[in-house]
Ligand binder design. Sequence first.
Ligand code: FES
Length: 101
Amino acid sequence: MAYQKLTTQSDLPAPGEAKEFECAGKTLCVANVNGTITAIENVCLHMGGRLGQGYIEDGKIVCPWHGWEYDSQTGALEGDPKSKLDVYPIKVENGEVMVDV
Ligand code: FES
């Protein structure tokens, strides 16, 4: 796949926040953990909670429904690292945020 524009840098979540974005027919969860921007699948493996509507705690993305936690860089579920969400490469170039979905 190739990188495509997701949003502008100014629209990214602030440190300690997550946010949902639409791209290429998918909804992504973009997280800002201590200034590191990552993009992962938006749908929780438990019951489909939307991670982009969750929050960041101790460096993890926390599902807003029942609190399952995911590593923002690997997509791995806390306590069961073999269970993973897809992670999408993301980069910022000249104020534009590009993602490879
Ligand atoms: S749906 Fe995410 S923790 Fe239940």
